[in-house]
Design a protein around this ligand. Structure first.
Ligand code: BT5
Length: 248
C-alpha cells in the first residue's frame, strides 16, 4: 500500500472530530496558510511537501516530499486563554503519538519540541488567525539520517532513525488528530492543570543544564501556567517565551 495522506486514505481512519474537514494538497508553501479561520474547529490541512515550511521566530521547517507528517489544525479556544499553552498541549499529543508508534518514551522540550533520545522528532507551532489558532505539527516519520537537517541546533531524528522502522503515515496522523482533540478538550475544560500530568512527566529541561539568553543555568520545571522556571546564578527566574539551549 503506497504511503499516502489523501483524504480517501485518511478519512476512514479518523475516529474523532478533528480532521473534519480534511484539506489535502500534494504541495504548498505551508499548511499554516491553508486553513480559513471561518472553518469549523478541528478542520485540518496537510500536504506531502512544503516549499516554505515555517518554524518559530522566522525559522524554517524542512522535510523531503512524502517523508513526514506536516499538518495544521484550526482551533477556536475560549477568549482570553493563553495561546502559548497550545504549543504544550500539541506537544503532549505529539509525544503520546510518537510513544505509541515507537514504544519508546518521548520528552517535551519547552516550549514546542518533542524529543526522543534527546533528538527532535517533531516541532509544534501555534499561530493566531483572528479569533482562531492554527496549530501546526511537523512530525518526522520516514526521513533517513541524511534527509534530516544537518545544521539544526537541536539534533534532529525521525521515527525511522529512532528505531529503524519505516511506517505508513496515515494511521499515525489519525492517531495524532485523536490525541490532539483529547488533549485540547481537556485543556479547554480545565486549563493546563488538566493536562499537566502529560507534560510534567515528559519535561525534558527539568534538572538539565541550560543556557537562557546566553546565561548558564539549570532548568527547574515547566510550571502550571506553561512558563519555564530556571535557576540562574542562584536565583529562580521565569521564562515566558523564547529559546532555551541545553547541554548535550
Ligand atoms: C518548530 O519551530 O519546531 C515548529 C515547526 C512546525 C512545523 C509545522 S509543519 C506543518 C506546519 N506548517 C508549517 O509551515 N509549520 C508547521 P522551531 O522550534 O523554530 O524549529 C525550527 C528549527 O528546527 C529550524 O531552524 C531547524 O534548525 C530545525 N528543523 C527544521 N526542520 C526540521 C525537521 N524536519 N526536524 C527537526 N528539526 C528541524
Amino acid at each position: 500500500m503506497p504511503d499516502t495522506l489523501t483524504p480517501e486514505i485518511v478519512e476512514p481512519l479518523l475516529y474523532g472530530r478533528f480532521g473534519r474537514p480534511l484539506h489535502y494538497v500534494e504541495r504548498c508553501e505551508s499548511t499554516q496558510r491553508l486553513l480559513d479561520p471561518s472553518l469549523p474547529e478541528g478542520a485540518a490541512a496537510l500536504c506531502d511537501e512544503q516549499t516554505s515550511g515555517r518554524g518559530r521566530l522566522g525559522r524554517g521547517w524542512e522535510a523531503p516530499p512524502g517523508t513526514a507528517i506536516l499538518c495544521s489544525v484550526l482551533l477556536r479556544p475560549p477568549a482570553g486563554r493563553a495561546v502559548a499553552e497550545l504549543s504544550l498541549v500539541g506537544g503532549i499529543a505529539v509525544a503520546e503519538t510518537a510513544e505509541a508508534a515507537l514504544k519508546l518514551s518521548a520528552q517535551i522540550k519547552w516550549p514546542n519540541d518533542v524529543l526522543v533520545n534527546r533528538r527532535k522528532v517533531a516541532g509544534v507551532l501555534a499561530e493566531t488567525a483572528g479569533d482562531a489558532v492554527i496549530l501546526g505539527v511537523g512530525l518526522n516519520v520516514n526521513q533517513t539520517r541524511e534527509q534530516l537537517p544537518s545544521d539544526a541546533k537541536v539534533q534532529p531524528a525521525s521515527l525511522l532513525t529512532s528505531d529503524g522502522t519505516r511506517r505508513e503515515r496515515a494511521p499515525i496522523l489519525a492517531d495524532l488528530l485523536a490525541r490532539l482533540e483529547q488533549a485540547y478538550e481537556s485543556w479547554r475544560e480545565g486549563g493546563l492543570d488538566a493536562v499537566y500530568d502529560g507534560l510534567g512527566a515528559r519535561d525534558f529541561l527539568r534538572g538539565r543544564r541550560v543556557i537562557v539568553d546566553g546565561e548558564p543555568g539549570v532548568g527547574i520545571a515547566v510550571d502550571r501556567s506553561g512558563r519555564l522556571q530556571v535557576e540562574i546564578a542562584g536565583e529562580r527566574r521565569v521564562v515566558e517565551s523564547g529559546e532555551v539551549l541545553f547541554e548535550r
